[in-house]
Design a protein around this ligand. Structure first.
Ligand SMILES: C[S@@+](CC[C@H](N)C(=O)[O-])C[C@H]1O[C@@H](n2cnc3c(N)ncnc32)[C@H](O)[C@@H]1O
Length: 206
């Protein structure tokens, strides 16, 4: 009975719940077309863009990684390549359709990545679980009043000495004051550089 309750309440690190709590974030349900649209917007260079993003995270073999708002999982799967067989990699997204596509890719690649339907503002992980949290093109999907809560959750699950790698449209980062919000969430070192012809900003925070 105890294990059944733990299962239902999602305390177990390995539980897969396929419905997410309600969120005011903007979800993407057109998961099957998502990669095509990204490829189009990146002028056919999506793979290269992903590699540049993951390079910035400087992932080492054996690290524990969480990708929040992972979408169809391309960056998450690259993180797994970098973290290697001893690394543990998780991806969460609030859209079931996105997680379905991501799980399909992981199965085809025989990559052990734990993809879950979940929301950033209520992460199903204990405190200090991850060396690295990745957030790619997702911050602008959260309304302003949700961003501080989401970043506080990210801070909570990062181990002491761990880091956040946040990629988003540079204009949105500046307009929405994301650097200041990251600092307010408790990160001491926060720096941003430009990526992809100055259209993207990459925030590294520790
Ligand atoms: C533009 S996509 C980015 C996907 C992926 N990270 C990438 O780089 O392509 C933003 C994602 O955030 C998800 N999302 C929106 N609000 C969310 C929330 N509160 N918690 C988790 N995911 C959320 C959406 O469903 C969508 O898949």
């Amino acid at each position: 009975m105890h294990s059944l309750l733990r299962h239902l309440h999602g305390n177990d690190d390995h539980v897969h719940a396929d419905t997410a709590p309600q969120t005011t974030g903007t979800l993407i349900h057109w998961a099957k077309r998502y990669d095509f649209i990204v490829q189009f917007m990146a002028f056919g260079q999506a793979r290269r863009l992903r590699r540049k993003s993951i390079d910035a995270a400087q992932i080492k073999p054996g690290e524990r990684i969480l990708d929040v708002g992972c979408g169809t999982g391309d960056l998450t799967l690259l993180a797994k390549e970098r973290a290697g067989s001893t690394g543990q990699v998780y991806g969460i997204d609030a859209a079931t359709e996105m997680i379905d596509v991501a799980r399909g890719k992981a199965a085809r690649a025989k990559a052990e990545v734990d993809f879950r339907v979940s929301v950033i503002e209520q992460l199903p992980f204990p405190a200090e679980s991850f060396d690295v949290v990745l957030s790619s093109l997702m911050m602008h999907h959260l309304p302003d009043d949700l961003k501080p809560k989401a970043l506080a959750e990210v801070r909570r699950v990062i181990k002491p000495g761990g880091r956040l790698l946040l990629v988003d449209f540079k204009g949105q980062i500046e307009k929405q004051g994301v650097m200041a919000l990251v600092k307010e969430a408790g990160f001491a070192q926060v720096e941003m550089r430009s990526l992809w012809f100055n259209t993207l900003g990459v925030i590294r925070a520790a």
